[in-house]
Design a binder for this molecule. Structure first.
Ligand code: ADP
Ligand code: MG
Length: 241
């Protein structure tokens, strides 16, 4: 497994829906070996930004480059060729498949042989404490396990950059702490770059050395947790609603 050194560079990304500016001219980096936070009030444009990077939506302007390749404009299923993977805010598991099969499908889709995909699926299930429930259908798993499975599935594609859209949403505090521990281990072991969207600021502050803040489609601040916390525009964005 090669150690990641890639940086994802989002530059000037914009997208409007029927005249509503969801994302306006947003630029930031997701470097290897760092968990970068992306926060902002509901409707700030966080999910849309991820959807632009991974080609779920077409960008009106801007680019998302990794290793000199612009991902925007690629067919969605080709994103993983450039080692970018994501989880979805609303889970997108195959409900009729087992936990193991869900991860296996992702490893196969990333171009691995059946034998190698098997090994990868088992490893990722173990990394998220899902080994003992590998044979259970996704729709019969408890919510917290389904959230972890969504991440395990993204990691089975061996990304250099992992984009996580509200992975701790709906988890209880113990599950959230456990997920934080697992993400820290993944960052340390694999040195991948992670973009972490979440509303739980305690969770974000624990994991992220660098945080990007959005409000009403625009990036309004970026910096260390301390810098961001003391920024008047950030305080205004969170209180002014
Ligand atoms: P966040 O993830 O920060 O809560 P979103 O990116 O989901 O915000 O939404 C940003 C804005 O874009 C919102 O006003 C939302 O209603 C709008 N939006 C997002 N996706 C669509 C879509 N597919 N069609 C129309 N409007 C959308
Ligand atoms: Mg969202």
């Amino acid at each position: 497994r090669p150690v990641s050194t890639e940086t994802l560079k989002a530059r000037g990304l914009s997208r409007a829906f029927a005249g509503v500016k969801a994302v306006t001219d947003v630029s930031f980096d997701v470097p290897a070996g760092r968990i970068t936070g992306l926060i902002g009030p509901n409707g700030a444009g966080k999910s849309t930004l991820v959807n632009l990077i991974t080609c779920q939506y077409d960008a009106d302007t801007g680019s998302a480059e990794i290793e000199g390749v612009d991902l925007t404009g690629l067919p969605r299923h080709r994103i993983i060729d450039h080692r970018v993977a994501r989880s979805f805010q609303n889970l997108r598991l195959f409900s009729g498949l087992t936990a193991f099969e869900n991860v296996l499908v992702a490893a196969l889709a990333a171009g691995n042989s059946r034998q190698r995909a098997n090994a990868i699926a088992l490893r990722e299930l173990e990394a998220f404490d899902l080994g003992s429930i590998a044979a259970i259908r996704a729709d019969n798993l408890p919510y917290g396990a389904r959230k972890r499975l969504e991440i395990a599935r993204a990691l089975a594609q061996d990304p250099a950059i992992l984009l996580l859209d509200e992975p701790a949403a709906g988890m209880n505090p113990a599950e959230t702490d456990d997920l934080a521990d697992r993400l820290i281990r993944i960052r340390e072991d694999r040195r991948i770059g992670i973009l972490l969207i979440d509303h739980d600021l305690r969770f974000v502050n624990r994991l992220c050395s660098h945080i990007v803040v959005m409000n009403r489609g625009e990036k309004i601040a970026e910096g260390t947790p301390e810098e961001v916390r003391g920024n008047p525009q950030v305080i205004e964005a969170y209180i002014g609603r």
